[in-house]
Design a protein around this ligand. Sequence first.
Ligand code: B4P
Length: 196
Amino acid sequence: MLNILNIILLGAPGSGKGTQSEKLIGKYGLKHISTGDLLRAEIKEKTALGVLADSYISKGQLVPDDIVIGMLEEQMKRCRDVPGFIFDGFPRTLVQGRALDRLLAKYNEKVSIVLSLEVDEDELIQRLLKRGEISGRSDDNRETIEARLHVYQEQTAPLKAFYGDQGKLVEVMGVGSVEDIFNSMVLAVDRLVAKG
Ligand code: B4P
């Protein structure tokens, strides 16, 4: 792996990371790594990891760093010759951010760009409550949503300064049509690619 495009999608729960990842993969052919999807697959299979993860997720808490980092490392090891990665929902803590830098460095790689989806809290709550009506997810209810938003502010939002200091952060307005938001992201990525 050398000089590949590594995009991080940062944003509060319900900000549209999963939604936009699908579109970005379609455009750039990147490998999608969603720690949320991986954890939900473990929960569905009722593995030991899944049972443990569910005890955190259903309360709106983050799954411990060592578990998530191990899972991510496993996924990356399996990927050779990909044009890049979309990290969707990872990192969510500074510990995870530093671990990702170390992991990419092993392959002489680094984070290319961090797209942060900015959505106000009222809109996030409405979206997640609506998703909860159909998703059946244990974390899409009002009490858990509020806990998740709190966890985001406390543990994940500091990553914005971490990547801001590295000159990699691009804030994208995450309210509006999915297409318009996607176009803003593409603009930021293409600008970066054009710079070389
Ligand atoms: P995730 O699976 O990452 O999901 P999310 O934050 O809930 O949602 P996302 O931002 O992807 O929103 P979506 O596109 O679906 O995390 C779930 C849990 O797993 C975490 O709380 C945590 O416990 C655990 N976890 C995951 N990663 C972890 C890590 N690294 N470390 C520790 N724990 C971890 O959009 C939401 C809704 O909005 C959808 O219904 C969508 O249709 C709608 N929507 C999207 N864009 C819209 C728009 N522009 N307008 C209107 N609606 C829109």
